[in-house]
Ligand binder design. Structure first.
Ligand code: SAJ
Length: 430
């Protein structure tokens, strides 16, 4: 089975690196995206997203003629769909997954599908989404046969293979990570494995399509539940006047205990989203998974309350001042350390709330970003961390960026510090 031309639909955080890495193996790759700006940028050998090393890989792939982007679908031997799966807007609070982009991508490629082609859904999806995609393809192309009706004899092969790469390490993890491949039939799994073997050095393990979908949701739910445990512990410990970071270090000395780190909440576009795909399908059964989501989603508000308490302490210690005189500095806005990604960032949400509620000055520090261009804080000034530390009356530590860990905290009064990441806990023990 040869894949001379591979098409990647959706050139975002997963699609573009995947397209570029396949192209780097000297395969002809056609990237398709509805965003003309993204297409133009890629065709110039540049990238429209931030991911270490990706610019070099894309630049080389485009320059050597293996990668080309377009807004229109073209025939290929394999199609890899990597489009977003957000929540339905009208059902915001129900967290129901929205498959509109997958449907649109199916309709896009249906027009150019031919006998023998392979279609792989990579987007993180609720269980059943790949079968739904197969149904949309069959509806659009009654002249072709599909695995749901013709099994191993079908014209088109269909599989699900979820991406599992960590933002910030995408280029390396795309190659090194194992892949779970769920084909609609054994032949589908085999075809998809052949495709991934072009660039994956990790193991390709085959399973059913539904198991592959659930595997991805399970991985991120596992992490979410474990972070929720750490976050709940931090709230309990705060009440009991116990240093949660010391507690976790001690508990983790047990050979079968490995507690994660508490923080200001869970951000990013995966862990805070994917568990809801399980909850929305099995609301009665997924009780722990739902509760974990609620615990993590509740953490930013808890941090904001802690900040208000710290301001109160400051005013008690400085009775000549009012809240208007108090300057709060927020350290970190990104959704996790040492990246510039603000998507679903709890730190950003906390900073926004503090700015909205606090009548005095609020200083924002984010060393990985030059300026805030969107959201409630768009246009707000970002300030150097040393200057912020000197000017702040109340310090709020939101992200454990490397540069913050090295900051001298000698002059920070622990009564006026809210350290949601525990990066100064050694120096500021209760
Ligand atoms: N976090 C904590 N405490 C911890 C670990 C993480 O509060 O001990 C927070 C982070 O600060 C961040 C959030 O959780 O706000 C998520 O960060 P992350 O580094 O755990 O994960 P992501 O969202 O960057 O990437 C995850 C990864 N999934 C798993 O590790 C199971 C990645 O492999 C997936 O490919 C990615 O989701 C995805 O695309 O689904």
């Amino acid at each position: 089975m040869d894949f001379d031309t591979i098409s990647v639909i959706g050139l975002g955080y997963i699609g573009l690196p995947t397209a570029a890495v396949i192209a780097s193996r000297r395969k002809k790759v056609i990237g398709v995206d509805i965003n003309q700006h993204a297409v133009d940028t890629i065709n110039q050998g540049d990238i429209h997203i931030v991911e270490p090393e990706l610019d070099i890989v894309v630049h080389a792939a485009v320059k050597e003629g293996y990668l080309r982007a377009t807004t229109k679908p073209e025939p290929a031997d394999a199609f890899l769909i990597a489009v977003p799966t957000p929540f339905k807007a009208e059902n915001g609070n129900d967290h129901v997954p929205d498959l509109t982009y997958i449907k649109a991508a199916s309709q896009t490629i249906a027009a150019v599908l031919k006998k023998g082609d392979l279609v792989i859904l990579e987007s993180t999806s609720p269980v059943g989404a790949t079968e739904q995609m197969a149904a949309w393809l069959a509806e659009a192309r009654p002249d072709l046969t599909f695995p749901q009706t013709h099994g191993e004899e079908s014209d088109i092969r269909i599989a699900h293979c979820p991406e599992r790469v960590l933002p910030g390490h995408v280029v390396r993890e795309l190659v090194e990570n194992d892949r779970v491949i769920g084909g609609m039939t054994a032949k589908c799994s085999k075809a998809a494995t052949t495709l991934y073997k072009i660039f994956v050095q990790g193991e390709c393990i085959t399973t059913t399509v539904r198991t592959a979908e659930m595997a991805k949701l399970t991985e991120n739910s596992f992490r979410d539940v474990n972070i929720a445990f750490a976050n709940e512990l931090s709230i309990i410990c705060d009440k009991l006047d116990i240093n949660v970071w010391e507690l976790i270090r001690l508990a983790n000395r047990h050979p079968r205990v490995n507690i994660l780190q508490p923080g200001p909440g869970v951000g990013g576009h995966c862990i805070a989203v994917d568990p809801w795909f399980i909850v929305s399908e099995t609301p009665e059964e997924a009780r722990l998974i739902r509760t974990a989501r609620e615990v993590n989603d509740g953490k930013p508000e808890w941090v904001v309350e802690k900040v208000q308490q710290a301001v109160g302490e400051y005013l008690t210690a400085n009775p000549d001042k009012t809240a208007k005189d108090v300057t709060i500095a927020c350290f970190g806005l990104a959704f996790k350390p040492d990246i510039d990604d603000l998507r679903e960032s709890p730190a950003l949400r906390i900073a926004e709330e503090i700015v909205a509620r606090h009548p005095g000055g609020v200083l924002l520090v984010e060393p990985n970003i030059e300026h805030l261009s969107s959201g409630r804080l768009a246009g707000a000034n970002l300030i150097n961390q040393q200057v912020a530390l000197e000017k702040a009356d109340v310090v709020v530590m939101l992200v454990d960026h490397k540069s913050f860990k090295n900051m001298p905290s000698d002059n920070v009064d622990s009564r006026f510090l809210v350290d949601s990441r525990g990066i100064w806990e050694d120096r500021l023990r209760k």
